[in-house]
Design a protein around this ligand. Structure first.
Ligand code: GLA
Length: 328
């Protein structure tokens, strides 16, 4: 084992989503924003064929660079870096051994994408270890795709690309509008007259949640009416169940809300921006059914606070954090 002091430090932030949830995996619009809370990996490259990563509070992982089954790695958090190494290897990236520590300022299971931050930090370490001429040319989208596939390989969650792409491209103080069809990314400035707060409400995990069911329902909808991104409300009559109509209505209305929200910010119409957040939350209750009573109570109580313009649950749902828009 190599005991020299760490000569590499990389960081990747967590994210909240201002508006646009459960729209990324059908090619819709999302508006996430990176946080000033990071996951950090520090360490040194070695000549061994393993990664040894030590987490102060969650144990040490030893990941063989020839690993085949990242979803079986223990401790469980190490499945994410293992998944990333497998994905990078399958892209032909030469991998080097590494020994180091991992730490995070992000609460785990709070819906702030600590897993995507760990994936992106891992990928940054792995790519850093390569001399310039053997580094694959992975642009932001290709890197985000590799990390998205790693999440699926590691956990079986068929997540969209929002978390990984926003973490890779995000800039603190700006939101990131992502068109999940073209994968165009546009920086959206958060005006000084508003402040965004995230507030932790309850722990959750998407593993074993209904997240995968929602993705499957959206696929079923698209097999009948074609891409949701291009669908209109009349197309929903062709769906043969109320539940599928509700799910589709959420996606169509949420895609519109994201665009209207960006427009409202640009016009400094913050009251409208807040209204759209509340409408988005309502849609997650009534149509997408990803909210919980605890999250609804938290949104209601935030909306009663002075200076609050809007609030909604953020991220995959079933718990986690709410995001609140305040006047300054
Ligand atoms: C999770 C997934 C994202 C996205 C959100 C919901 O965070 O990882 O891809 O689908 O849920 O918007």
């Amino acid at each position: 084992m190599n005991h020299s002091p760490p000569n590499l430090t990389v960081r990747a932030p967590g994210r909240i989503n201002l508006i646009g949830d459960h729209t990324d995996y059908t090619g819709g619009f999302v508006l996430p924003m990176t946080l000033d809370l990071h996951t950090t990996i520090k360490g040194t490259f070695t000549n061994e064929r393993v990664w040894r990563l030590e987490s102060e509070s969650h144990g040490t992982a030893i990941i063989d660079l020839d690993i085949e089954r990242p979803h079986q790695v223990e401790p469980q958090w190490a499945r994410y870096p293992a998944g990333v190494l497998v994905e990078l290897r399958s892209l032909g990236t030469p991998l080097r051994g590494f020994t180091g520590t991992v730490s995070t300022e992000l609460p785990i299971g709070a819906g702030l994408s600590s897993s995507a931050a760990l994936e992106v930090a891992t990928a940054r370490v792995a790519l850093n270890g390569l001399p310039g001429d053997s580094r694959p040319t992975l642009d932001d989208v290709a890197l985000a795709r590799a990390c998205q596939r790693a999440e699926f390989t590691a956990t079986g969650i068929p997540c969209g690309i929002m978390d990984q792409l926003s973490i890779i491209t995000g800039e603190f103080g700006y939101a990131t509008l992502i068109d999940c069809t073209s994968l165009d990314v546009t920086r959206v400035r958060i005006p000084d007259s508003v402040r965004i707060e995230h507030r932790f409400i309850t722990s959750r995990t998407l593993v074993g949640s209904e997240y995968a069911d929602r993705v499957a329902q959206c696929r079923e909808i698209e097999s009948t009416i074609g891409p949701l991104r291009q669908a209109s409300i009349i197309d929903l009559d062709r769906l043969d169940s109320d539940v599928l109509r509700q799910r589709a209505r959420h996606v169509l209305s949420e895609n519109l809300r994201v665009q209207e929200f960006v427009d409202a910010l640009s016009r400094s119409d913050f009251v409208e921006a807040g209204r759209l957040m509340v409408a988005s939350h309502r849609s997650s209750i009534d149509d997408f059914q990803t909210s919980t009573p605890a999250m609804d109570d938290a949104v209601e109580s935030a909306l009663r606070e002075p200076g609050v313009l809007g609030a909604r649950m953020t991220g995959g749902g079933f718990g986690g954090c709410i995001v609140i828009l305040h006047t300054t």
